[in-house]
Design a protein around this ligand. Structure first.
Ligand code: NAD
Length: 489
């Protein structure tokens, strides 16, 4: 389609404070709400990555020399700009990703919270100093790494880049962002608002594209550290490639989150939490409930979950999934589970939204009596679907939860403190919830899973990210050589 007729202009790279087109092969950007092409995106490669690295290297020298208290002033202004443009930013998320406007507002609000945390970094990186021996001091400072990169997935076009960008840049690094090629429009406004907030040109750059850009970022010798968020399949590729090129890397992967529901769980709270967790953002959250492990007599809660799920309506309080392929994949999982003996209690297949017949919608789906070895129980479905697996006792439920290759989130619903504690201790997951369906740690706590949900040591947000985006400089000083010394001086 001609660029002039599209809702958003062609998406460009952002290098040295300018939007630049590379004029190569283009991808259509399709809004999943109604299947309409809204923009297009030229695909970059190593040349564009190299130009961005050079821009970031030049900017890094000056930016890293500015004291952190001064650097974060940009983020105070940027936070105010995010708030001022909340409506517009949310609308872009809604149109390019397909989630509801309410969810899009929440996403922008979370970006505000992440930026707010970056503003607090001077308080957290004051360093340490000690007189280790008479006249001799050791001190630790957190020094930036240099040029760093962040690779993003499609499911949170505004928020997930903010997991990395404000902290990495406030800590003195220069960054290259590679947005998901499916949802690249939100990042354009990030760049514009950062410039308006006073960020010097070259400190933040965007290179758009797909696999080729990711490989170039992993290979480029000018990049010191790389953070990735996406599927486990790609996280493994990126982690191996970046670390084999001797880069620091953290790569967050996919998820299969289990919610363990005990018979004493609060019926209403559990039902609303489970339904909201599995269907929020059309189930396309790495923290979404994918499986509910019902322990013993929980039919009354299952019934309430079905009731709650029926209130969730595609095109109203349920957004679209990202693509036609995603819709087909999700529906295939449901059909195969049904054929293998599972019972579909609420069926979201073949959902159509009036007036948006070309959009990609799947209704909320509740499937009971799923067996733990079915594909739907083990693999990441990434849609508004909850598989209910029955367990005879808590031991069996924890065993089912822990048999997953993933380990992003786990949760338990119960009124018993003792049983909740047992799940907290034994669940093999990085983020555990008690009576909460989406146990995302809020700032300053850090976000990151275990097992195949994360490769690398640090978490991506919060205090843990400080270790990822900085290196410790250890300085030992002695200023009074004439003073009394002993063997340690
Ligand atoms: P994806 O892995 O397909 O893509 C992520 C990024 O990798 C994109 O920028 C894409 O261009 C790039 N990419 C894709 N294939 C590649 C390849 N072969 N080589 C190199 N780069 C490649 O993920 P997605 O579909 O965009 O996002 C959904 C996935 O992200 C889900 O699995 C979800 O669980 C996961 N996710 C995880 C977290 C977390 O915190 N663990 C958060 C958000 C999303």
């Amino acid at each position: 389609m001609e660029a002039a007729t599209l809702k958003y202009p062609e998406v460009k790279n952002y290098v040295e404070g300018e939007f630049v087109s590379n004029g190569q092969k283009k991808l259509d950007i399709v809004s999943p709400i109604d299947g309409q092409t809204i923009s297009n995106l030229p695909l970059s490669g190593m040349d564009e990555v190299d130009a961005a690295v050079k821009s970031a290297e030049r900017a890094f020298e000056k930016w890293s020399a500015i004291p952190i208290k001064e650097r974060v002033q940009v983020f105070y202004k940027y936070k105010a700009l995010l708030e001022k443009h909340r409506e517009e930013l949310a609308r872009i998320v809604h149109e390019e990703n397909g989630k509801t406007m309410g969810e899009s507002y929440a996403e922008v609000d979370k970006s505000v919270e992440l930026t707010e945390f970056a503003c607090s970094l001077p308080q957290l990186v004051a360093g340490e100093v000690m007189e280790v021996s008479k006249g001799v001091q050791c001190r630790i400072e957190f020094a930036p790494l240099g040029v760093v990169a962040f690779i993003a997935p499609f499911n949170f076009p505004n928020m997930v880049p903010h997991w990395a960008m404000p902290n990495a840049i406030a800590l003195g690094n220069a960054m290259i962002l590679k947005p998901s090629e499916v949802v690249p429009i939100s990042a354009i406004r990030m760049a514009e608002l950062l410039k308006e907030a006073g960020l010097p040109d070259g400190v933040f750059n965007i290179v758009n594209g797909d696999r080729e850009v990711v490989e170039a970022l992993c290979d480029h010798s000018g990049i010191e550290a790389l953070a990735f968020v996406g599927s486990t399949r790609v996280a493994k590729i990126v982690y191996k490639r970046a670390t084999s090129n001797l880069k620091r890397c953290v790569a967050l992967g996919g998820a299969k989150n289990h919610l363990i529901v005990l018979p004493d769980a609060h019926e209403d709270m559990t039902a609303t939490n489970v339904a909201a967790s599995m269907s929020g953002c059309a189930g396309q959250r790495c923290m979404a409930a994918a499986a509910m492990v019902g322990v013993g007599a929980v039919d009354h809660i299952v019934e309430r979950i079905c009731e709650e799920s029926r209130k969730i309506v595609p095109g109203d309080n349920l957004g679209s999934v990202i693509s036609k392929e995603a819709k087909e994949r999700i529906e295939r999982y449901i059909t195969e589970a049904e054929a293998a003996g599972a019972k579909v209690l609420v069926d979201g297949r073949n959902a159509v939204v009036e007036g948006k017949e070309d959009g990609y919608y799947v209704g909320p789906t509740v499937i009971d009596y799923v067996k733990k070895d079915m594909a739907i129980a083990k693999e990441e479905v990434f849609g508004p679907v909850i598989s209910i697996i029955r367990a005879k006792d808590l031991d069996e439920a924890i065993e089912i939860e822990n048999s997953s290759n993933y380990g992003n989130a786990a949760a338990v619903f119960t009124e018993s403190g003792g049983l909740a504690k047992e799940v907290m201790e034994r669940a093999s997951a990085g983020m555990v919830g008690v009576n909460i369906g989406v146990p995302v740690p809020r700032e300053p706590f850090s976000f990151g899973g275990w097992n195949e949900s994360k490769f690398g040591t640090c978490d991506i947000t919060g205090k843990s990210s400080i270790e990822f985006w900085t290196q410790r400089k250890k300085t030992t000083t002695k200023w009074n050589p004439e003073a009394r010394t002993n063997w340690m001086s």
